[in-house]
Design a binder for this molecule. Sequence first.
Ligand code: GDP
Length: 707
Amino acid sequence: MTIKIALVGNPNCGKTTMFNALTGGTQRVGNWPGVTVDKKVGTLRGNREVSIIDLPGIYSLSPYSPEEAVSRDYLVKERPDAIINIVDATNLERNLFLSTQVLELGIPVVIALNMMDVIDSRGDSIDVGKLSAYLGCDVIETSALKRKGLDEVSTRVMEVASGAGSDRPIRIYSKKVEEAISRISRIIKGTVPDDLLRWYSVKIIEGDPEVSETMRDAMEKAAPIVARLESSLDNDGESIIIDQRYNFITDIVGKSSKRSEKGILTTSDKIDRVVTNRWLALPIFFGVMFVIYYLSISTIGGAMTDWVNETLFEEYIIPGSREWLEGVGTAAWLTSLVVDGIITGIGAVLGFLPQMFVLFILLAILEDCGYMARIAFIMDRVFRKFGLSGKSVIPALISTGCGVPGIMASRTIEDERDRKITVITTSFIPCSAKLPVIALIAGALFDGSPWIAPSAYFLGIFAILISGVILKKMRRFVGEPAPFIMELPAYHRPGLRTIGISATERTRHFVKKAGTVIILACGLIWFLSSYNWGMTAVGVGDSMLADLGKIMAPLFEPLGWGEWRAAVATIAGLVAKENVVATFGILLGFGEVADFGEEIWTALPSIFTPLAAYSFLVFNLLCAPCFAAIGAMRRELGSWASTAKAVAYQCGFAYAIAFIFYQLGLLVQGNGPSIYTPFAVIALVLLLYLTFRPVSGGDKVGEAVAS
Ligand code: GDP
């Protein structure tokens, strides 16, 4: 029989590091059923009979957030054989709040007192013997990062799992509360497992919503006991329990830990004085980002991407597979579908892998060394003014590589509304596949101006912030951003292993998407662009796609580019944004074009004025992301209906901004008003209204977009 051990702890307590160390490379990642919360399971190193379940990082066992509900359900219903509760020693009070609840579950617990290396380096001390006595369970000093104490944790947890733990009672509550607990226990005895009597009794006093729902009878019978307790302590049940937990924690932490008298400033504190300094924080942040993009896009990653695109695919794989298929006598249409549709499509997507992988490694280094948490902290000051949390910055940063892992990174945001808004807005940031489009427009119409690329990033940030404000005022999303709780972990040298795992995971998510959605979509676009309605193979100019482009084109007239080839390029961009450049190449009769479409720079001005070209860029940067990212949005938003609304918002927003930009741009250029000018002014006023109106509780627009 396998033994099940659950890892429980606050976010950022070092749980992932410990899980990786305890399991080696054995973990499998999945989702908890019905919710978008990661489920990680592995086996203990050296003992395949022991499975380790990594529960999501949480602050409490209440049933409010999906993470809490998942953890609580697992602990209460599945009953692992033992729990390793990881406690961040540098944040004892807050972490022990969860411990006091875990200890009530009647499951053997071993506490891993983690980050002890930081406590030592600060010169602080914690008396584990005393702590263990007060908490009635084993407390073992660990440093997951330096791999200290982990063997002892696994040995000890195996012992308690097999029943060797001593049953030492702990005293958290006052006599009155304890009396109430015993009485309620007697009432509910027989209706719940004996091990859980204490847990349920406390939940009944707290008036826990889930327990109230499922144990109505018991709640009714216990009501007089709870009412008496509440009146005698002059407080409501939930506050009584929370207060007494905190009193207990303050008391035992006071008795068992000592801060260094010298108040040593650790190296970390010293670095933070500079890095999070009011004036230096932003310049340092921009400097760091510049170096990261320089390395991943302009130099190392860029060179590798060029090699994959221009050498691997164009010189070997594409001609090679065409030759092979023709050699074995495959029908011409099938060869074309496989080579021109699917392989070319996949090549275009995989071409970004090296660049993205380098970017993800660098971002993982930032994350692991502790700087990413500072970025969220620094940006929180700015983002909070727009109703967003600083944590939305991290998904946006990752989205600069690829929106798919970017959207998934929104899972670190605890507040559901903030998380959904981030999922909807994060792909406004130009991802690496949008760079060729930017380069094309800059090169073809703006003399390669160095301002076009930065303006695209600013546009992305602007779109995120404004959408944050607009969406936040809609009923579904109304509410202050959740208070910023995120520890700033001590800086340390990043671990190769953690970085490897994180960068590979993110790249893997991208490849997985590329493998499914993109193949289908590439096949579809190939089909539409290779045949006419009579199913005869034709050039793209006479294809169904061209006809669709012609139908769509008038829609884009007010944006300055009601031209069928631009419309077709936009549709093709839904598959993968770099398709925009390739499509222009084909439509303008150039066949294969280089990454940034240098060949077509001279031809493009025949379609666009510079103003219209920029409006085209604005629309393509902000409208719905590629199919892969839409798939990721669907996963995070939970339903196709919400996803459709989110995509409609993105396209509507993109249209409005491009429309206002183009029409007002015409006026500024002195071209006099057009028939669209009044509508552009109305759109601008509407946008300003949505942005600056006071928050109202019940509006319909919000529901439409958000529900
Ligand atoms: P999780 O959110 O609980 O999964 O936490 P992680 O395992 O991702 O750790 C958060 C941060 O703390 C990472 O930067 C880790 O490298 C770091 N960390 C984890 N354990 C320790 C430790 O024992 N000592 C120190 N100094 N840092 C640690």
